[in-house]
Design a protein around this ligand. Structure first.
Ligand SMILES: Cc1cc2nc3c(=O)[nH]c(=O)nc-3n(C[C@H](O)[C@H](O)[C@H](O)COP(=O)(O)OP(=O)(O)OC[C@H]3O[C@@H](n4cnc5c(N)ncnc54)[C@H](O)[C@@H]3O)c2cc1C
Length: 402
């Protein structure tokens, strides 16, 4: 079967759903979204969903700050819960260096228009009575932070896109990218060819492999990341009543989920997850890796949360990272081939804004917010070197999360 369309978005995770929705909102309703599995079955389905605006370059903050407003629009358009939970965020400092960092971040937040309040441990305590704040020298309260329920958010984006005319094709795998000379001309799929002058790679951790199909270097490196889930408290904890908590000195973050907690930390040396058989990442639906040890995490969490229930589940999954830790949003070196990927553990917060800005770049040649820091071609010829991109992505992960 051969089809003609204006744009093809490859990837039905939260980012692809957002790109397709925003293209349609800008009038490109003749768009087809192609997902090889079911929607979200790459990385999005298992995301812990934490969202904070307090990170990255100003453009990053702009993108994240857009999400709550988008969630309200989506809820109004679909009549469904768009998955945004504005529970606020608490960031703890237990060392004087971390207190200094919080003070610096407070200045940056003020410049960026992000609400952030510095508190003493005793004035932070009522925000999260569950916590033992022993050793906390200061805390930052970010009322705009929260978490996203990944499946609800993606489903409302896909539904709203569909209502505008986007065709969502699930269980359809892209096996080739068609070129006309040097320009993109469409995609070859398990269900035939789709001709289009515009193709978007929203393929998460698999994006480097998809780029290769057109000879484009799109430096997204799959790395493993994991968190744990505890049993429910008795009585069960309402996840919508607890702020997200980050305790970077203990390498710990947590939020409510399923009556208990999601607890996580960051690997000292994250492990690349390039498939050893030469296949593309995400080829299997909902694939997870063997869990790593959670001993240190459990000790850190139990010290901060008295009466912490036992860990009942560990989720170790793939995520796409770039050589500098910032996403790729924009044009690739192949005319007509665009990318929104490499979200580096911030995809839930970034997806709304990434979809909006990429759709603006595609349809109008410019976006409301400056996407230059996320230019997919910023690494030049180094992007072709898998060893270089992997080494740099590991390094960026270590610098970002410690
Ligand atoms: C354990 C863990 C915890 C996380 N926690 C957080 C968090 O707290 N907050 C946060 O913001 N982020 C978090 N992340 C990251 C976040 O989940 C991702 O950034 C986000 O889900 C990426 O969305 P995506 O749409 O880019 O990718 P994906 O969800 O992976 O979607 C890409 C899609 O492309 C499809 N695809 C690939 N190749 C093809 C092909 N050839 N043909 C058709 N379809 C194809 C895949 O099947 C997949 O569905 C976490 C990640 C992990 C691993």
């Amino acid at each position: 079967m051969t089809t003609d369309t204006r744009a093809v978005v490859i990837g039905g995770g939260i980012v692809g759903c957002s790109v397709a929705y925003h293209l349609a909102r800008l009038g490109w309703t003749d768009t087809i979204l192609v997902e090889q599995h079911d929607l979200t079955d790459g990385t999005t389905w298992h995301s812990a969903g934490f969202v904070t605006a307090l990170r990255g370059v100003p453009a990053h903050r702009k993108l994240v700050s857009y999400y709550p407003a988008l969630a309200r629009v989506l809820a109004a358009e679909t009549g469904r819960d768009a998955g945004w939970r504005p529970v606020g965020g608490l960031r703890l400092a237990t060392t004087s260096a971390r207190v200094d960092e919080l003070r610096r971040q407070a200045h940056a937040a003020e410049d960026a228009g992000i609400m952030m309040e510095l508190r003493t441990a005793s004035s932070a305590a009522p925000l999260a009575p569950l916590l033992d704040l022993d050793g906390v020298q200061a805390a930052a309260w970010l009322p705009g932070d929260g978490f996203v329920r990944p499946k609800d958010a993606s489903a409302t984006l896909a539904e709203a896109a569909g209502a505008l005319g986007v065709q969502v094709k699930k269980g359809v795998k892209v096996s080739g990218l068609k070129l006309n000379g040097k320009k993109i001309a469409g995609v070859t799929t398990s269900e035939g060819t789709i001709h289009a002058d515009t193709v978007v790679l929203a393929t998460g951790a698999a994006t480097a492999s998809l780029g290769h199909l057109a000879g484009a270097a799109v430096p997204v490196v799959p790395l493993k990341h994991q968190y744990a889930v505890t049993a429910a408290f008795d009585p069960a904890l309402d996840p919508d009543k607890l702020p997200t908590v980050r305790d970077p000195d203990a390498n710990l973050y947590l939020r409510g989920a399923g009556g208990g907690l999601i607890i996580g930390g960051y690997a000292t040396v994250p492990e690349p997850a390039w498939p050893t058989d030469g296949s593309a990442p995400l080829a299997e639906p909902r694939a997870l890796f063997k869990p790593q040890s959670t001993e240190e995490l459990a000790v850190a969490a139990a010290a901060r949360v008295p009466g912490l229930p036992d860990i009942i589940k560990i989720v170790n999954g793939p995520e796409g990272f770039t050589p500098d830790g910032e996403p790729l949003i924009g044009a690739t070196e192949v005319p007509g081939l665009w990318v929104a990927a490499g979200m580096g553990l911030h995809g839930l917060g970034l997806a709304g804004g990434a979809g909006k800005c990429l759709a603006e770049l595609i349809t109008a040649g410019q976006s409301e917010w400056d996407m230059q820091p996320f230019n997919p071609q910023r690494f030049g010829p180094f992007a072709h070197n898998r060893h270089w991109i992997t080494t740099r992505a590991v390094d960026a992960f270590q610098r970002t999360f410690r």
